[in-house]
Design a protein around this ligand. Sequence first.
Ligand code: NAD
Length: 355
Amino acid sequence: MANAQLGVVLVTGGAGFIGCALSQKLAASSERWVAVDVMHPQVHQTAERPADLHSAAELIVGDVTDAAVWDEVLASVRPDVIIHLAAETGTAQSLHEATRHADANVVGTTAMLDALGRAGHVPARIVLSSSRAVYGEGSWQREDGTVYQPGMRSHAQLEAGQWDFPGARALPSSVDATIPSPTSVYGATKLAQEHILAAWVGALDTELTILRLQNVYGPGQSLINSYTGIVSLFSQMAEQGASIPVYEDGLITRDFVYIDDVANAFVAALARPRASGVSRYDVGSGVGTTILELAAAIAEYHGAPAPAINGAFRDGDVRFAACTIDRTLAELDWAPQWSVAQGVAGLQEWIAAQA
Ligand SMILES: NC(=O)c1ccc[n+]([C@@H]2O[C@H](COP(=O)([O-])OP(=O)(O)OC[C@H]3O[C@@H](n4cnc5c(N)ncnc54)[C@H](O)[C@@H]3O)[C@@H](O)[C@H]2O)c1
C-alpha cells in the first residue's frame, strides 16, 4: 500500500508509538518524511532517536507549542501532508493536569496553524489522530428500544458501584450516529483539535482527515508510560507473575486495535484521492473486549495468577467504548487483520525481546 505520491510529509509526534509504525510503512516512499517530536520523558526512556523510527525519516526535536520551533521547521520544510500526532495522552492524568494536556493538544494545534499562516503555506492534506475519547459514554439503548446519550457517570454513581446505566445497554459509537460528548479533559482536547482543524481547512479550502482511533496497542508502545497503554501495563504485570488488578466489575469494555492495523488505516487514508473538506473515520477492530477478558488472556499467556476484580474506579472512565467501522471499511482500502488473541501474543513476544 506504499504511496509514492505523498510528497513532503511532516509528522508531529512522529517519534512516538504510532509515528514510528507509520514511518516504517511510508517514510521510504515519501519525498521527505520529517518527524517533529519533543521526545517527552513520560513516553521516551531517553531523548535518543528511537530505533523504530525508519532510517529515511528526519527527526527534529522540538515542541509543537513553541512558535520559534515551528518557524524554524517551516523555513526548510514545506509539507504537502501534515500528520498531526503530537499529544499528551494520559486520559486519567488529564483530569488533574488539564493545563498540560490543553497546552500540548490544543495550543500545539493552534501554534501549528498560526505558523503555517506566517509561512504562507497551506498543506494539501492534514490527517489528525483523534480518539474514541471524544465520544465519552456514547449512546445507550433502553429496553423499549429508544436510544439516548446518558452523559457521564457521576462520582456518586460510581461510589455506589452502579457501573452501568440502569435498564440500558451500550451501543458501539460511530462517526455517523454518535454525538461527541467527552468525559475526560483529554477527550475534550482531542475534540477541540478536530474543531480547530476543521475550521482552518474550511476557511483555507484544503483537506482534513480525522481518524478516531480506539485503544491502540502492540509492539513499539512505550513500556515506561504508566499513564496510558493498558495492554502493555497488564503484560508487564503478568510477565512478572502478578495478578492483574481489574477495576469495577471487570466489564469495562474497549475496542483494542493492533498497531499494524492502525498504521494501515493511516496509509489507506493517505492513499485516497485528495478532496476539500473534512472526512471522519472510526479506526478500531470493530470488536468490544472486556478488561477482564483482556487481563485473563494476558495472564493465561504468562501462566500468571487469575486477574483480581477489585471494584475500584476512576472518575471519567468510560464504561463502554467500541465502534462500528462500517464507513471506514466501505470508503478506505482497509480492514483490520489482527484479533485480540493474535495481537496480545504479538505484543508479548516483542516485550520479551526488549528485555
Ligand atoms: N495509542 C492510542 O491508543 C491512541 C488512541 C487514540 C488516539 N491516539 C492519538 O494518537 C496520537 C499518537 O499517540 P501515540 O499512541 O503514538 O502516543 P505516543 O505518546 O507514543 O506518541 C506521542 C508523541 O508525541 C510527542 N509529543 C508529546 N507532546 C509533544 C509536544 N508538545 N511537541 C512535540 N511532540 C510532542 C511525544 O514525545 C511522543 O513521541 C496522539 O494524538 C493520541 O492522542 C492514540
